[in-house]
Ligand binder design. Structure first.
Ligand SMILES: NC(=O)c1ccc[n+]([C@@H]2O[C@H](COP(=O)([O-])OP(=O)(O)OC[C@H]3O[C@@H](n4cnc5c(N)ncnc54)[C@H](O)[C@@H]3O)[C@@H](O)[C@H]2O)c1
Length: 315
């Protein structure tokens, strides 16, 4: 049966790729996004205009009457909630944005699912929920009781809220803990993107913690495969890691960027900001077993793809 998938955050990085990929395989897709200016909304409009034939309704998750009306008209079989205030560092400056979009906004999605419990919900969580956990790789069953940022806290709240709505009202909800997603049409606030811009323009880059921060960089196509498999699983109440299971240090990321751009970076060391964790590293045993998740793209393969997109689109 054709799925009718409502994707929030469809003008965002992951939402754009998911919308395009689901429409290609024949699902009916409707996007929803407030096109906010956390980063240049021009990029969001460019993504939207590249989604030929897929409509994105301009609306806010926090506007429940409008959200509800849009959902009632569309009659989704599935909702993928990707709209959120993302970014660990900005959550230090502006926690209210996170409370509004990530908690209040997500609550509105849950309320719709309470009304229509047959609709299957998939929602973005984050590797940030593992906070200061030092046991690696991170397994879904590990403790998430020691948060490092307010961003991570709001994602942990999402998981708790979804779990409670499942128990109380029988809604179906799958949470995906994404690990540092990168690739074409990516987010300009993320290090790989802003470093690229600066290296190309001969500007210095700020490297935190001597570059010895480790991230499980995961290429967008692998994230879309895992997310699609989770959508098709339709299980009741699950959490999955979607990472690469192969962390790299920021120093290694910069080496790969330099190689791919063909230019040396000017590195300026800075102390580690509050909220940044030392290492993220996904155990993907559960995702492999239940979703057939099998990431294919190493950082050495994915970064050159991003760079060639960047040169075409952004310069
Ligand atoms: N990219 C990553 O590395 C990563 C890692 C972990 C988790 N995530 C999560 O995945 C999801 C998608 O991330 P992304 O990288 O595509 O981010 P993004 O910022 O590119 O996309 C989010 C989109 O949601 C929209 N949005 C934000 N608040 C909204 C609101 N209140 N109402 C309607 N629309 C709103 C924004 O305009 C944006 O287009 C987010 O929930 C994010 O927290 C991303």
């Amino acid at each position: 049966m054709t799925k009718r998938v409502f994707i929030t955050g469809a003008a965002g990085f992951i939402g754009f790729h998911l919308a395009r990929s689901l429409a290609l395989r024949g699902d009916q897709v409707l996007g929803y996004d407030n096109f906010n200016s956390y980063y240049d909304p021009e990029l969001k409009r460019d993504r939207a205009s590249n989604l030929k034939g897929i409509k994105i309704v301009k609306g806010d998750l926090c506007d429940y009457p409008f959200l509800d009306e849009t959902l009632l008209k569309f009659k989704p079989t599935h909702i993928v909630n990707l709209a959120a205030q993302a970014g660990v560092r900005y959550s230090l400056e502006n926690p209210r944005e996170y409370l509004q979009s990530n908690v209040d906004g997500f609550f509105n999605i849950l309320e719709f699912c309470r009304e229509f419990p047959d609709v299957k919900l998939l929602y973005a969580s984050s590797s940030s929920v593992y906070g200061n956990n030092t046991k690696t790789p991170f397994e879904e069953s590990d403790s998430i009781n020691d948060q490092a940022s307010f961003y991570g806290t709001t994602k942990k709240m999402n998981e708790m809220m979804a779990d409670m709505y499942h128990k109380l009202y029988g809604i179906s909800a799958i949470g995906l803990r994404f690990f540092t997603v990168y690739g074409e049409w990516g987010r300009p606030d993320m290090a790989y993107f802003s470093f690229t811009k600066k290296i190309i323009n001969n500007e210095p880059i700020e490297v935190y913690g001597e570059g010895e921060l480790w991230r499980d960089f995961t290429y967008i196509d692998d994230i879309i495969s895992g997310t699609t498999a989770a959508l098709d699983l339709g299980a009741g109440n699950e959490i999955f890691n979607l990472g690469n299971n192969h962390p790299h240090s920021v120093n290694e990321l910069i080496d790969i960027l330099e190689q791919s751009i063909g230019k040396k970076a000017i590195r300026i060391n800075k102390p580690l900001p509050v909220g940044d964790v030392h290492k993220t590293y996904a155990d993907i045993t559960k995702s492999s077993r239940l979703l057939g998740y099998d990431p294919q793209t190493s950082l050495e393969m994915g970064i050159p793809k991003f760079i060639s997109w960047y040169r075409k689109q952004m310069s």
